[in-house]
Design a protein around this ligand. Structure first.
Ligand SMILES: [Mg+2]
Length: 301
């Protein structure tokens, strides 16, 4: 019998899993899995449990938001003896990465997709060659939104919480003078927002990083937004995002790269997968191509 470790965050996304848990476990059991269920008790608790126990299993499935997924991916990558397949049942409020992977919001359906699925090899990001992120590292407006919005508010408002907070923070953006090297290509200037991503949506907003995102191409999308002076530039920026035409806007710098270095004369707060990722003056990002394998229904390209 195949053995599955199922780790879930009981409080994620309005505690949606509470009404679905029996059905989900039954789907796994009916598909021939011997399932161990572990509810996480605090941040990094799931990570620790997985590190200690994962080697006894054939697949690890997690359910929760971005934080839970990040812990699972980090745990899997820390166990070097074999590439553990990952199943993912999203239950957070935005589920950006799950959307990019075409994993459904319906939890039972997501569980069915895991048991009927095949392995999808996916790139993962690495920060300063020591920490993993699944799909986005960023500084600036949206970033602060993700980790400053309290969990209860996220649960109550869901997607709207992000939009509300993003609108508020747009009014008070602090520019940073940064120097960016992306695969040898250098840019520098005053930027209010920057993201290094491998996802189609960020903070519930689709298309921020352009339309040609490929989770398996070994490349990040680098998106930098220049300091906005005046309503004209603000309008240009909004238009650029809406049309995804960054070349003509002048306020957005966009490039694909596999190794990125960002330098700043002062500390910049970064978020990794929507959670606080520390203050950094110098920070590097590297793609780890095909680092993990998700068990899922393949996305049709
Ligand atoms: Mg990519």
């Amino acid at each position: 019998m195949k053995k599955m470790l199922f780790v879930f965050n009981p409080n994620s996304g309005k505690a949606r899993i509470k009404n679905k848990l029996v059905e989900i476990v039954q789907i796994f059991s009916n598909a021939g899995y011997d399932v161990t269920v572990y509810p996480t008790k605090a941040r990094m608790d799931g990570y620790k449990y997985m590190i200690e126990n994962m080697h006894n299993y054939d697949i690890v499935t997690c359910s929760g938001g971005d934080g839970t997924l990040n812990e699972t991916v980090s745990a899997v990558l820390s166990c070097s003896d074999k590439k553990m397949p990952i199943g993912y049942i999203p239950s957070g409020s935005t589920n950006d990465f799950a959307n990019s992977l075409s994993i459904p919001k319906d939890m039972e359906l997501a569980a069915e997709y895991i048991v009927e699925g095949s392995l999808f090899s996916c790139d993962i990001g690495m920060v300063n060659k020591e920490k993993y992120f699944c799909y986005v590292a960023a500084f600036g407006a949206f970033t602060e939104v993700s980790y400053l919005t309290p969990q209860y508010l996220k649960n109550m408002l869901g997607h709207q919480a992000y939009i509300l907070e993003a609108a508020k923070s747009l009014a008070a953006l602090k520019p940073y003078y940064i120097r960016v090297t992306a695969d040898g290509h250098k840019v520098e200037g005053e930027y209010v927002y920057g993201m290094i991503s491998n996802t189609e949506s960020v903070g519930g907003v689709k298309g921020l990083a352009g339309s040609s995102v490929d989770l398996q191409d070994g490349l990040f999308e680098v998106t930098l937004v220049k300091k906005i002076s005046g309503p004209m530039e603000f309008q240009q920026l909004v238009t650029a995002f809406l049309t995804q035409n960054y070349d003509e806007s002048g306020s957005i710098f966009s490039i694909k790269a596999k190794h990125i270095e960002v330098e700043c004369g002062e500390g910049v707060n970064w978020t990794l997968d929507g959670e606080f990722g520390g203050e950094h003056r110098n920070i590097t990002f590297d793609v780890v191509p095909g680092a993990v394998e998700f068990m899922m229904k393949q996305k049709t390209k």
